[in-house]
Design a binder for this molecule. Structure first.
Ligand code: NAP
Length: 249
């Protein structure tokens, strides 16, 4: 049976694809037929083993989004090997939480560098080859807190809100070139990032989620696959919120 959003023949890059939402997204794009580059900052034997089960349509790409040289090298390697890039998923992200009055410059800047400057550099790099093909899908993983704000996450919320505003601007720049630029904003999702939350914070979060549970990485990945599809060609500059109803925006 063909996938409802068939990505056969498309080349995709997902950053931070070693685990969590990035891994689920890379596997979902692969499941829809795409050739997927799993962008990771460090290779593991488990990941290499996983590639062997991907029918020759998946490979690991060294790519640290906080490092401009690594981005250049990673994207150039991909373009040399595949000759094109159709889908970019900016997923890699970090948190360094703390109240504003105590937040160090380094904690603010490193979150912005990884979560916002990295996606900027990646988008800039892939736009030229996408324009040449007159086709492209750029999807960035933001967060519900990029819209609502969250105490203790001024740096993270700024980076995630910035992703939305940046994506809207780029969407308008390239809409006539067959390229769409969109955002997926998850709420609380079961990954290592949320497993680090204290039991108290977790309980408090659960009480606020109308769906009564955290989301799954695969549920975020499904929204990405839709936005990556040719069927979503008339959707651009948008944010799909995958948050169990915790914020209706
Ligand atoms: P995660 O489990 O902590 O995984 C983050 C991934 O990003 C890891 O694979 C990590 O690589 C990678 N990464 C971090 N810094 C990197 C860098 N400089 N270069 C390349 N890769 C880097 O997080 P997640 O929950 O899957 O989150 C994925 C995205 O969703 C993030 O942008 C996050 O902000 C967003 N998000 C998550 C939630 C949630 O509840 N989980 C909610 C809203 C938004 P290593 O394996 O090498 O550490």
């Amino acid at each position: 049976m063909t996938h409802p959003f068939d990505l056969t023949g498309k080349v995709a890059l997902v950053t931070g694809a070693a685990r969590g939402i990035g891994l689920a997204t890379a596997l979902a794009l692969h499941g829809a037929g795409a050739y997927v580059y799993f962008g990771v900052r460090s290779r593991t034997p488990e990941l290499s083993e996983m590639m062997e089960g991907l029918s020759g349509r998946g490979e690991i790409l060294s790519l640290d989004v906080s490092d401009a040289d690594s981005i250049n090298q990673g994207v150039e390697t991909l373009l040399n090997r595949s000759g094109r890039i159709d889908i970019l998923v900016n997923n890699a992200g970090i948190v360094k939480d703390g109240l504003m009055v105590r937040m160090k410059d380094e904690d603010f800047l490193s979150v912005i560098e990884t979560n916002l400057v990295g996606p900027f550099r990646l988008m800039r790099h892939v736009l030229r080859p996408m324009m040449k093909e007159r086709y492209g899908r750029i999807i960035s993983i933001s967060s519900v807190v990029g819209t609502t704000g969250n105490p203790g996450q001024a740096n993270y919320a700024a980076s995630k809100g910035g992703l939305v505003a940046m994506s809207k601007s780029v969407a308008l720049e390239v809409a006539s070139r067959g390229i769409t630029v969109n955002v997926v904003a998850p709420g609380f999702t079961e990954t290592d990032m949320t497993r680090e939350l204290s039991e108290k914070v977790r309980e408090g979060a659960l009480a606020r989620i109308p769906a009564g549970r955290f989301g799954l990485s695969s549920e975020v990945a499904s929204a990405v696959v839709y936005l990556a599809s040719t069927e979503a060609g008339y959707v651009t500059g948008q944010t799909i919120h995958v948050n169990g109803g915790i914020a209706l925006v």
